[in-house]
Design a protein around this ligand. Structure first.
Ligand SMILES: [Zn+2]
Length: 554
């Protein structure tokens, strides 16, 4: 039996894990959280930050990991359509650990003052509040709501001090992980609490935080983007246009700020402190862009969401299923890396529900396929499941899982990265089990980056940003690799040579090595998303030097 299991394990490892394979990616992180490790997410490990017991890293962010664990698994259980008994057990144990004043975790410092450790407590309790509310959506237990209300009341009690201009000024400085975002990220939990209770105090508190949300240099992007997601939810709750405008304005300003990178990443810390990515921030940016697309129908949001989904969000995932940090290098990413089990692994898993939920949407009486990844959607009496093989052959299959005998239209959105789709509409009286296939024609695009020293080209094929990596092209990284000259034109159309290694989106590219240009070599160009296959210390570069001589018109 063990031998057979091992054999199956080997088979699974040999399956290509590429950008579009959303179900495989979801399973990887889901299984890591429920059974993987180290570290293992058993109850003692999860609850250490609410007891509190300083038995693992970051327990001072009281309720942070436990809240994320609860929220991520609550959504994951919906994606899977299964109950998760160990989740229910953790929630039940957690409910008994609330302090009399309504907060969880470390004791607060003296009344009337705010310290860094108090901010860490505000952060953790905010993550716990939204986690509990996400659980409550699917398990409407009165005891869960009662505990969530007490967290809400604790935050309301803290509001006069934390909303003060003095506290805001101090914590909008160089505080990073314990910055003012620890306070404003509570918005989404408070809006969810208002939805469940209709107690207007929670909505008023969320509004007061929205008024105090802004972006500044060297800020923790995860906290800022989480605050924006809360404000977007405030718009959905109130219907007040000013909140949508605020989020749209901040999204656009971030796009123009130099903080959004080609691979669809935002850095852990905003400029000028760009050093690493962060799985949480990438998940936030993806979710925010998807939600703005749903709320506005403006295709720029969907285009950016796809850039992030197929590239940075996928690349950020490790072969263990964790999400985390990679060092941002001049041309791509490299070590050191960190599997951030304390936040990104769970926040990454939480994002999948939002992705699966954005694959299809009903608009204008049609069921639209917006994202060509695994998922599904419903419109009227029609339900459709989407099985994507985009990364294997550029197509997706739509399978009808429920039909009502009436005619319905399934429409296919042509993404910006495709030159054509094989069909844009199917109208018929559908029967359960009917299926249609849509094929996407990929375009190849070059992006050019020029500096005084050199010209570099990055190549996109369909939704995927292609890169050269140390694992499959080790000699490309021979010193001095910055002086390599890659044979790609810096202007005009790009034609790539297929690698003929059985992979749809693999290409080979000729280059002159910086150290021995007399002997041209070939490197493999493949989606940077494939970083997930490992090793974790792989280097991936997508800004490829083409040399000063490769000027336009050459
Ligand atoms: Zn994180």
């Amino acid at each position: 039996m063990i031998t057979r299991m091992r054999f199956l394990g080997l088979l699974l490892l040999s399956v290509p894990l590429l950008a579009g394979d959303l179900t495989t990616r979801f399973d990887l992180t889901y299984n890591r959280l429920l059974g993987g490790g180290p570290p293992r997410f058993d109850a003692a490990f999860v609850l250490a930050d609410v007891q509190p017991q300083n038995t693992r890293r970051f327990t001072e962010f009281s309720g942070d990991l436990s809240g994320r664990y609860i929220g991520a698994l609550a959504l994951a259980s919906q994606v899977r359509g299964v109950e998760i008994p160990q989740l229910d057990a953790v929630v039940s144990r957690l409910l008994r650990l609330q302090k009399p004043d309504g907060h969880f975790g470390d004791p607060l410092s003296t009344a009337g003052a705010v310290t860094d450790s108090d901010m860490a407590i505000m952060w953790g309790n905010g993550r716990l509040l939204i986690g509990l509310m996400e659980y409550y959506r699917f398990h409407p237990r009165p005891d869960v709501l009662a505990v969530a209300r007490k967290i809400g009341d604790f935050l309301a009690g803290a509001a006069p001090l934390y909303n003060s201009e003095a506290v805001r000024q101090v914590y909008n400085g160089e505080k990073f992980a314990v910055g003012y975002i620890c306070w404003t990220q509570n918005i989404e939990g408070l809006v969810a609490l208002w939805r469940a209770t209709r107690d207007d105090r929670y909505l008023a508190l969320a509004r007061s935080m929205a008024d105090r949300t802004d972006r500044h240099p060297s800020q923790h992007s995860h906290g800022f983007l989480t605050s924006l997601r809360g404000i977007l939810d405030l718009y959905r709750a109130t219907g007040e246009r000013k909140y949508l405008d605020q989020v749209a304005r901040e999204w656009q300003s971030l796009m123009l700020s130099g903080n959004v990178m080609l691979q669809g990443a935002v850095p852990e810390m905003f400029a000028p402190s760009i050093e690493r990515d962060e799985g949480c921030s990438e998940a936030d940016w993806l979710r925010l862009s998807l939600e703005l697309w749903r709320q506005t129908g403006d295709p720029k949001y969907l285009a950016q969401a796809q850039r992030t989904l197929f590239n940075e969000f996928s690349m950020n995932q490790f072969s263990t299923g964790d999400f985390g940090h990679h060092t941002l290098t001049a041309n791509g990413i490299g070590p050191p890396f960190a599997r951030a089990w304390w936040c990104c692994t769970m926040h990454g898993l939480r994002a999948f529900a939002a992705i699966f939920g954005s694959v299809m949407m009903e608009r204008g009486g049609k069921l639209w396929l917006d994202l060509p990844v695994d998922g599904g959607g419903k419109a009227g009496g029609l339900a459709v499941r989407v099985e994507s093989s985009l990364e294997r052959d550029g197509s997706v299959k739509l399978i009808v899982t429920a039909a009502d005998g009436e005619p319905h239209t399934i429409a296919v959105r042509k993404p910006e990265w495709a030159s054509a789709v094989s069909a844009t509409e199917f109208t018929r009286v559908w029967k359960k089990g009917d299926s249609v296939t849509v094929k996407y024609e990929m375009t190849t695009r070059a992006v050019v980056r020029r500096s005084k020293e050199q010209t570099e080209v990055a190549v996109l094929y369909g939704p995927w940003l292609l890169g050269v990596d140390m694992e499959t092209s080790p000699t490309y990284f021979d010193e001095p690799s910055a002086e390599n000259r890659v044979s790609l034109p810096a202007a005009g159309p790009i034609t790539l040579q297929p690698a003929r290694d059985g992979h749809f989106a693999h290409f080979r590219v000729r280059y002159l090595p910086g150290g021995y240009p007399m002997q041209p070599q070939y490197a493999l160009l493949r989606p940077i998303a494939e970083y997930t296959r490992g090793p974790a210390n792989n280097r991936v570069e997508w800004w490829l030097p083409v040399g000063r001589e490769a000027a336009p018109g050459r």
